[in-house]
Design a protein around this ligand. Structure first.
Ligand SMILES: [Zn+2]
Length: 609
């Protein structure tokens, strides 16, 4: 059923708690030059600080863990006082402006340019305006507690406004800057679907799907149905939905070929931009993002690490807990789709096998703990720089690292305590989520101890969270009847090489990975691999064919060229470490009743519907 937005707004208003409206900062957005990616934005500040004050752009955005120079895309900043007199502005930093000499309220006007639709930036064009708030709106750091009013002047009759912010007589409201910054806005002509989820006491909350892009109505219905299944599986993990602020949660989905695929969680909504021609070709990607982002409504939005509170808009918060906030969410994003029947169990296990291989063979994860890797998010989470880095040797995704920790904990809880990770998440929800008391890693350990034992929790955290040891995944996966093993057990290996033929030689494009034969032999990206022993290489296939004739443990003399000089180096071939998961039944190993029961408990639907 398609509902008109006006009706949904009318419904949402009934639950609107009116925030104190003392001296709100009033923003107005006009989109008359949307075709050239510009918006005109003004903010009126009643009773500003008397002598002088600063208005600036943010440098970070909720849910993004690196800094971004949003100030680069605003210009023509002007200031006026209430009688229309233009005020002097002193630009004190690239993105900060000082206003002084004013009397009464002050109005600031500026132009915003935005041409990237994702979860972080602003995208404005003839089709829509997709505004992430920190990328779009200047703010007054000294007045962060002021309520905010927002008016959007629509450039045509087709466009409407979609956001988690409540609206009253055409004015969108946020109780303070933190709330405003967390409330992205899509302005377009979108389609809205919705369904209700009842809580234990029988009162309903509304889940809305706002879809902008090309899609047949039947595909949108399919999306809505599958989203509901995922929502019910997520609810089953925690035992209840969060209390959304206005009894509504909104998926803001945008599917266009020019988008950047992304997903960004917020308190009562999520932004899901997808790079695709239509929903038909991208529905599985969109559902995968839906599953991940909706789990964030608990894990990170309400079960919140202390390190992200309060969110700092002037520089990125460093967090030790992203292996949990993002990694456990990654795990459940995958698991809930499988439990809901949206993906197959095979897909789930294939992905887990891929994640295990990526992390267990990542130099970064073998050198640094999940805690240390989480801290690097301030550089890697869409952080852009022009100088190269050594991330291939010192970094490993905290999404995947955290995912395989969640996997190990889930299987350990089930095999040692007849519990599951759901029990742990439920307990964390009661202690830190419902109460919204931000947690530390010590809290995570203590909660695990209260569910299991002091010893178990201490060993787990010491070894795998503070330390760099890895759980015995082969033994853990065996409990569920899956074999974790090398996919090429007899193949010789020199390292993970990306080679490109160039003038009859092979150029090494990929940086050498720590702890591989090629690294130990001193070979690095940019070198030309010429021959080994007496075999010459001019194509990648030549090199691969040569390696197939060799065995792990053999020594070879590799000839390479650097700066026009030919050199020889001796290297010892190792085993190819690539790992994969295989179901016992595919290997001809019998499934015992214990294994079948274990699998069932782990993977079956937990939803009561
Ligand atoms: Zn996430």
């Amino acid at each position: 059923m398609v509902k008109k937005l006006s009706l949904l707004i009318a419904l949402s208003l009934s639950g609107l708690r009116i925030w104190a409206q003392e001296n709100p900062i009033s923003y107005t957005v006009s989109l008359n030059n949307a075709v050239h990616h510009e918006a005109q934005i003004s903010l009126v500040i009643p009773k500003p600080p008397q002598d002088s004050f600063v208005v600036k752009m943010a440098r970070s955005s909720p849910g993004r863990y690196a800094t971004h120079e949003f100030g680069k895309n605003i210009y023509d900043v002007l200031a006026y006082q209430a009688d229309g007199k233009q005020l002097k502005i002193k630009q004190i930093e690239g993105d900060a402006f000082q206003i002084s000499g004013h009397q009464g309220s002050v109005k600031i006007t500026y132009t915003l340019f935005g041409n990237r639709v994702d979860g972080t930036y602003a995208g404005i064009d003839h089709r829509h305006a997709h505004l992430n708030i920190p990328a779009s709106f200047m703010f007054v750091p000294a007045l962060q507690e002021r309520p905010i009013d927002l008016k959007i002047l629509l450039p045509n009759k087709q466009w409407q406004v979609y956001t988690q912010l409540p609206v009253d007589s055409g004015v969108y409201k946020a109780k303070n800057l933190q709330y405003f910054m967390d409330s992205p806005i899509e302005i377009s002509s979108a389609t809205v679907k919705s369904f209700d989820v009842l809580n234990k006491e029988g009162s309903a909350q509304k889940i809305k799907i706002v879809y902008h892009g090309t899609a047949a109505d039947s595909t949108l219905q399919d999306l809505t149905l599958k989203t509901k299944k995922i929502v019910k599986e997520a609810e089953a993990v925690f035992g209840e939905l969060p209390q959304f602020d206005f009894k509504e949660y909104t998926f803001l989905i945008d599917v266009l070929p020019s988008n950047a695929s992304d997903g960004m969680e917020h308190r009562n909504s999520t932004v899901i931009p997808q790079q695709a021609a239509n929903l038909e070709s991208s529905i599985s990607d969109v559902l995968s993002t839906i599953s991940h982002e909706f789990f964030h409504a608990w894990n990170v939005e309400r079960i919140r690490p202390k390190t992200l509170e309060p969110f700092n808009f002037e520089k990125a918060n460093m967090s030790d807990e992203l292996w949990f906030a993002e990694g456990f969410t990654q795990y459940y994003g995958e698991l809930l789709q499988a439990r809901a029947g949206v993906t197959s169990i095979d897909d789930f296990l294939n992905n887990q096998g891929y994640f295990l291989n990526s992390v267990l063979n990542s130099p970064g994860a073998n050198r640094y703990s999940p805690l240390e890797i989480s801290r690097r998010a301030v550089f890697v989470d869409a952080g852009v720089a022009i100088d190269p880095n050594n991330n291939h040797n010192i970094y490993s995704s905290y999404y995947l690292y955290g995912n395989i920790i969640a996997l190990a904990l889930d299987l350990s809880l089930q095999s040692q305590f007849n519990l599951s990770l759901d029990d742990y998440m439920k307990l964390l929800w009661q202690k830190h989520g419902k109460t919204e008391i931000p947690y530390t890693i010590a809290d995570l350990q203590q909660t695990l101890a209260s569910l299991t034992s002091d010893d178990f929790a201490k060993t787990f955290f010491t070894n795998y969270i503070y330390g760099i040891q890895k759980p015995n995944y082969r033994a853990l996966m065996a409990k569920a009847g899956y074999d974790l093993n090398r996919t090429k057990p007899f193949a010789a290996y020199v390292g993970n090489l990306r080679l490109n033929p160039e003038n009859g030689k092979l150029k090494l494009l990929s940086p050498a990975l720590f702890n591989t034969p090629i690294y130990d032999a001193g070979i690095e990206a940019g070198d030309y691999i010429l021959s080994a022993d007496s075999t010459n290489f001019s194509k990648t296939e030549d090199f691969e064919a040569y390696l197939k004739t060799k065995k792990p443990g053999e020594q070879i003399t590799l000839t390479y060229e650097r700066d026009g000089k030919v050199k020889n180096t001796l290297l010892t071939l190792t085993y190819n470490p690539t790992l994969g998961l295989n179901a016992y039944e595919k290997l001809g190993i019998e499934l015992t009743p214990e294994i079948i029961a274990f699998r069932e408990k782990w993977l079956k639907s937990k939803s009561t519907e």
